[in-house]
Design a protein. Structure first.
Length: 282
């Protein structure tokens, strides 16, 4: 059986696992908090795998890396189940969803390697807007062409192709029916909408209540607090800022050459990536 069929079959199995009632979930989490047995842990994990499927498709830029994101999200789910405190008054699914997202985001950072995405505004806009733009047209039932998508993102078609090939070069192919233009997200939503649908409150509505949200919200300020004045200026204007300032403009303000600013930027990206990886390696 191919990797594609194996993953599809696993997702189908997940869809058949019944959802826990509020009472069942509460009872199980209380039992697990008191007696951390493997059967109880596995039951809590299996009944929440739908959340991993949902998050993996939400954060995948193409159909090619869904399985990898699912694998990372599953690790986050395990961590969430292990750390969950049933006395805090938060639903297990809401709590675990944030751990799922954290591990998926870490995977994207480590494997898409933001540090090599590039230094131009167009490239940065492409990385952050590609998924959102595709989703926008998908919901309207529009099959946008590569040329039109490139215009929408203000990049050239070959830059769009290069970015997608580079970002997902290491992921396995999950294209449905061997069609390179098909979209696994559309396939699953069309064939098994019950897998994706989650009738519980949107976990994002409770983000402010979550320990993980507070922790991750501190990472960027903490990192920046340890930078020198010049490094902080470069980091803010080249990496944090959405429409990054040019190397020349920053160099002029800081009395440094364009090449020196580029070197500082590269060093800071590497440093920030290592920092995130270390902080999220729970």
């Amino acid at each position: 059986m191919s990797e594609e069929n194996s993953f599809q079959r696993y997702v189908s199995m997940i869809s058949k696992i019944p959802l826990l009632t509020d009472k069942q979930e509460k009872d199980l989490t209380i039992q697990y908090a008191k007696n951390k047995t493997i059967p109880l842990r596995d039951k809590l994990i299996s009944h929440n795998l739908r959340l991993v499927v949902k998050a993996a498709h939400k954060y995948s830029f193409t159909s090619d890396n869904v399985a990898d994101l699912f694998q990372e999200g599953s690790i986050g789910l395990m961590i969430g189940v292990e750390k969950f405190d049933p006395t805090r008054g938060v639903r297990l699914g809401n709590y675990c969803y944030n751990w799922i997202m954290a591990y998926i985001m870490r995977y994207i950072i480590n494997n898409a390697r933001l540090v090599k995405i590039g230094t131009t505004i167009a490239q940065r806009k492409l990385f952050f807007n590609l998924a959102k733009t595709k989703a926008k047209y998908r919901t309207r039932g529009i099959d946008i062409s590569e040329e039109d998508l490139a215009k929408e993102l203000d990049v050239k078609p070959h830059e769009l192709r290069d970015a997608e090939q580079w970002l997902f070069a290491k992921t396995i192919s999950l294209d449905v029916n061997d069609n390179p233009e098909s979209d696994k997200r559309d396939y699953i939503e069309r064939k098994r909408p019950d897998i994706i649908e989650d009738k519980s409150p949107d976990p994002n509505e409770l983000l402010e209540q979550m320990e993980l949200k507070r922790t991750m919200g501190k990472l960027l300020p903490r990192f920046m607090n340890g930078l020198s004045v010049k490094d902080k200026a470069v980091f803010e204007r080249r990496i944090v800022k959405y429409d990054s300032d040019t190397l020349d403009s920053i160099g002029s303000d800081l009395k440094l050459t364009r090449e020196r600013i580029r070197q500082i930027e590269t060093r800071l990206k590497d440093k920030f990536q290592r920092y995130l990886t270390f902080q999220l390696d729970m």
